[in-house]
Design a protein around this ligand. Sequence first.
Ligand SMILES: Cc1ncc(COP(=O)(O)O)c(C=O)c1O
Length: 376
Amino acid sequence: MKHNHLKLMIPGPVQPKDEVLNAMGSPVRAHYGPEFRDLYNETTDLLKTVFGTQGDVFVLVGSGSSAIDAVIGSCVPTGEKIIIGINGFFGERMKAIAEAYQLEVIPVYAGWGKPIAPSDVKTALRKHPEAWAVGMVHLETSTTIINPIEDIGRVTRQFKTPYIVDAVSSLGGLPIKMDEWGIDFCASASQKCLGAPPGLAPVAVGKRGWEAIQRDPNPGHGWYLNLRVWRQYVEQWGDWHPFPITMASNNLLALNVALKGLLEEGIPTRLNRYRRLALRLRAGLRACGMEPFTSDDEMAPVLTGAYGPPGVPTGEIVDYMAEVHRIKISGGLGADLKNRIFRIGHMAPTIDEGDIDHVIDGLSSFTPNWRRETGS
Ligand SMILES: Cc1ncc(COP(=O)(O)O)c(C=O)c1O
């Protein structure tokens, strides 16, 4: 098959390392039995280290949204309230998921481009102490803003309210200490900072998370994404098939290899590497007259947004980079930021200084007349 390959520098999926792709392309194996059980358990153990939890980890077959759906649907009963931080597209996504379960969402807003204030979460909890849970996005991928999930965890602990974090674009790329920070549920995805292909959605549930689930005497929503069902299979079928469905066996193998790569490099080493790449990119963007969307203090180490030249819709820059330089970056997401910013993902273990320089070289030669000049 002819594959017109572009260098991926979007905020996921990322280009995995060759060893991860080789695992993905290895012969398909059965998803049960002692050997596969051990592989699955080893993978969940590796994930526990990355989440920073001694709780339970499940690897769902689905995308990041399935992990968020599973957590909200399993934890919060129909008709109950959930406080959700909304400062971008994925906060809105969490709200949509909660509303699909007929939950009453109490939004805590911050502008797109501003972090959620822990004091606003506190105010919402004072007003709604009966709220069943609080949900926050860690790295708001649409704006590149990092929400202060550790500080918000202190607030939710004061109120003893279960705390859900969407770490889809941050796990493996930003520090996360689930147990230490009082996070009870954490949802992620294989295709971003974990460096594996799309298809798997790790979910972690801490001790207090299970207590929140058990406060509801009903069996919870649905079956496929119901975490009670996933735990039941660990308990009842743990010796040969510790999940309820046909596991995506090659994806799991690939994720296992990617996680070992991350832990061999060391999480702090990898995070520092990403920070250095982010700073190099930001310096290059400024040199091209393209100001980063966030200040250096607030920067996400794995994802950079920037404004284009005045008057130029940033979709033009995205097209130019793909067509002329064969690099796929992304545009702004949502009505406010579409065509105002563009975003460059550097959340892959395969991205190095050369890639950052390549993207900067490309951006520095952008002109609004590029279509005419290149005949595109
Ligand atoms: C922060 C965040 N949450 C949720 C999602 C949704 O994940 P998925 O597209 O894997 O369902 C994304 C995807 O980009 C994301 O970045």
